[in-house]
Design a protein around this ligand. Sequence first.
Ligand code: MG
Length: 452
Amino acid sequence: MPGRLFGTNGIRGVVNVEIDTALVLKVAASAGTLFAPGPVLLGSDVRLSSPAFKEAAAAGLMAAGCEVIDIGLTPTPAIQFLTTNMRAKGGIVITASHNPPHYNGVKVIDSDGIELSEEKERQVEEMVFGGSWAKPPWEGWRSLRQDANALDSYVEGVVAHLDPDAIANRRLTVVVDAGNSVGALATPRILERCGCRVISLNCQLDGTFPSRQPEPVPSALAELCEAVKAYGADFGVAHDGDADRAIFVDDVGVAHWGDRTFCLIAQDFLSDHPGSTIVTPVSSTRAIQDIASKHGAKIIWTRVGSVVVSHTMKRLNAPLGGEENGGIFYSPHLPVRDGAMASAMIANLLAKTGKKLSQLLEELPHRFMLKDKVRSPQPVPLTALEKLVDKEVERVERIDGLKLWLKDGSWVLIRRSGTEPAYRIFLESPSPERADELIRKYKSALSRIVAN
Ligand code: MG
């Protein structure tokens, strides 16, 4: 087989270089072979290439004998919810999620609302490479129709898990930064349904992403931090390009990594449901472990990647999952990450506790995380990375890449990115100074390793 198409989260690449309409058509026809006769839901984010890619996907699905329902511009989690809600056989979203505007991609959703399992990804790849997708005769072709109102059911589906009156009583002001993409279509509506005053920031849909990069890392959210302060808002939330991730800014204008807010949600959930199982990748804060231990809960550490978290949650019937990049998974809704659901859960938490977000975060165990990356077109063997193990290391873990637990309570994780030609470094320390010192040490050591 000529290699793999699917990365950690769907198929992605630079438009017309690594991924074009011809490839999208083949992927859709192959996925359609698994889903025929459908119906299959189809939607996209706002990228300039998305309309053509969506047409190609529709053609591929129909060519494989599927009925297609086009729901238009949509957050990924909305199409995931609607796939189960409308009892569709599957879904396809045209999006490159957090990647820059010159990228696009395909996420394939199974009938349970979760992205395809690795086994089914392999089946799709095999059909794409072998040209062996289903090719029904003329009478096997089905229709294409639009459903422009499908998002209404998604909005109601999220609100159904909340207490809108209790949230409304707290009279929250929230700034929503959609980064010019599809988060603008759902999160403001959901928060408004709960009586929040919503300030929309970067909610004009624009596939050139003029306001900020689509990846909502705290350092890219200066405008949101300023807006939260200027409006005296209770919190701000920023989504990535397909709005499955949510990064929060507290009431004093500080942006936090997703695993900090995940800790708050987990703490609240576990106080009502002690002893539950929580699923999170090895890149998450050690604080989640402390919180889980306090509530007799079990932490399952996984490889990095939302699809792995979702499938692990489903297998173990785990109610809650979270990621440091801003993914919150809430199984009573769906075990997939959902930026709008996460936003509503934070609003719910503020209403329930009566506290400010900055205060709740301040009460968490103090840890400082830094992330960086080192570009490297080719992967290096794990044995080369093991050169990073020195006398400061207490324990080595290999669930995903190399995780080094240091004697002073810090940890560092080095893993190959699933979406970019780079190594990602995640580092957490008990003090910011130590975190700074360590990230410099590991970044330069890793740069030397990949240069050899
Ligand atoms: Mg995303």
